[in-house]
Design a protein around this ligand. Structure first.
Ligand code: ATP
Ligand code: MG
Ligand code: MG
Ligand code: MG
Length: 464
């Protein structure tokens, strides 16, 4: 099944069950506590909180999501992407567990035709009601597992609605690892669909108890998220999202540009370059521009990581302009903002890759010599110098260290970074000339493209 059919099957199924189709919100959320949209429910938060009433109590959507926290998982696992589409159905104080569970089962087994014997279910520890409902649709007890907060209690990662969840996982078979169900961490049981029984509220807190559960929401709600990329990989019989029709043309182009085929040895680099190209295109299309902090820094990290892996594969020409253009060709039909902003995307990636190119060589030399003289741990000072002088985001250094079997003194790095932040703060946020010049360039580019909502440098969260 092609990804366009997977999307429409989902939307049709829930429309037939009285859900209204709501378009994806942009990746830049209106919620000031959130850096980037990370789930379908984000745009509905005020409904769950009871702050505003929805026009209709049931929605269905295909939401663009970005998860920076998964950046290092890309390439390391086959299931994580930094950008993905989340299919979701939502109830705002309307239906609850029984419908959510039986519809999810019906859709997966009768419309997407997944083999019911390969589906496993997890529920929150004490959720006997969910167990009973899964039993009722026909899931045998041996394939229902109870897991704790970490896996089966969903929160946004900020104050807001939350609740216990129940998840559907797909068994990819013995070639992916040992038996034992989703409770066994690994690649074999792929988490596919999360059904959240949104009934509680997390608030502001401090220290260890950062977002304590305050109590119940005004009503019981349903929020679900099914990863399009993961479902497409299963339905198209491929191992990674790069081989699905969402990314296959870009993945092929990476191989062409590298003049060699995807192979085990460099599989991480092939996947990182392919996957990040998509995130980069989508972020720029939604108005994010490279910057030293906030969302802009997320974008910059993605671009630099992609470029470094492209060079590792032997791609010496500019990689990002061609690769993002292939993403636009593949997905622009579904997401017209890609096509509308294609000139902007090309200009931004070209400028950023050229700028990074200039320091990459020198930085790589420093990094390689640090790797060759280090036995176990690269010092935080070296990592900081790479970051500060050569613009190597820390994850590039971590990546390179990991592939050489080394670690990095991340604590020392964090201390140095913090000290620098304090100094910069005292000096009134003075910036380096290069960065200022580049900012001006992006401002010009943005003005040219009529992006009125200039958000490239606004920062809600400062991260490294
Ligand atoms: P995982 O445990 O695999 O990291 P998750 O529990 O963090 O996933 P949820 O927050 O429950 O994910 O999101 C709902 C669904 O979105 C997941 O079941 C999965 O299908 C999809 N999804 C989540 N993170 C990613 C990602 N990084 N790349 C692709 N799909 C994802
Ligand atoms: Mg996750
Ligand atoms: Mg999970
Ligand atoms: Mg989950």
């Amino acid at each position: 099944m092609r990804s366009t059919d997977i999307r429409s099957t989902f939307l049709d199924f829930f429309q037939e069950r009285d859900h209204r189709v709501v378009p994806s919100s942009p990746l830049i959320p209106s919620d000031p506590t959130l850096l980037l949209a990370n789930a379908g429910m984000n745009q509905f938060k005020p409904y769950f909180l009871g702050e505003t009433a929805p026009e209709h109590p049931r929605s269905v959507s295909v939401q663009k999501c970005a998860r920076t926290s998964d950046i290092e998982n890309v390439g390391r696992t086959t299931r994580h992407a930094t950008f993905f589409e989340m299919l979701g159905n939502f109830s705002f104080g309307d239906y609850f567990k029984a419908e959510a569970i039986s519809w999810a089962w019906e859709l997966l087994t009768r419309h997407y035709n997944l083999d019911p014997d390969r589906l496993w279910v997890t529920v929150y520890l004490d959720d006997d009601e969910a167990v009973r409902l899964w039993r009722r649709v026909g899931v045998p007890l041996e394939r229902i597992q109870r897991l704790g907060m970490e896996d089966n209690y969903w929160s946004m990662g900020t104050p807001g609605p939350c609740g216990p969840s129940s998840e559907l996982h797909y068994d990819r078979g013995p070639s992916f690892g040992r038996e034992g169900g989703p409770a066994v961490d690994g690649e074999r049981y792929q988490e596919l669909w999360n059904l959240v029984f949104m009934e509680n509220l997390r608030g502001e807190g401090t220290g260890k108890d950062e977002y304590p559960i305050l109590g119940e929401l005004p009503a019981k709600n349903i929020d679900t998220g099914l990863g399009l990329d993961r479902l497409a990989a299963i339905l198209q019989g491929v191992e990674t999202v790069c081989e699905t029709d969402l990314l296959a043309p870009t993945f092929r182009l990476v191989q062409e540009m590298a003049s060699r085929e995807y192979s085990g040895e460099d599989s991480t680099s092939f996947r990182v370059v392919t996957e990040h190209s998509r995130s980069i295109a989508f972020l720029i299309a939604d108005g994010v521009l490279p910057a030293r902090d906030g969302r802009g820094y997320v974008l910059r990290r993605l671009m630099r990581r992609a470029v470094r892996h492209a060079r590792k594969l032997g791609i010496e020409d500019l990689a990002l302009p061609a690769l993002t253009s292939s993403v636009i060709d593949t997905l622009g039909g579904t997401w017209p903002e890609l096509t509308q902003r294609s000139d902007l995307i090309r200009q931004v990636v070209t400028a950023e890759e050229e700028a990074f190119e200039r320091t990459l060589r020198q930085g790589s030399q420093l990094l390689n010599s640090a790797i060759s003289r280090t036995k176990a741990t690269i010092s935080g000072r070296t990592a900081f110098e790479l970051h500060d002088t050569y613009g190597f985001p820390i994850d590039l250094t971590l990546d390179a260290a990991r592939s050489a079997g080394l670690t990095v003194d991340e604590n020392e790095f964090a201390e140095l970074l913090e000290a620098q932040r304090r100094r910069a703060h005292q000096a009134g946020h003075s910036r380096k000339g290069g960065a200022v010049a580049r900012q001006d360039l992006y401002r010009t580019v943005t003005a040219e493209h009529g992006l009125t909502d200039f958000v490239g440098y606004s920062s809600t969260t400062t991260e490294t």
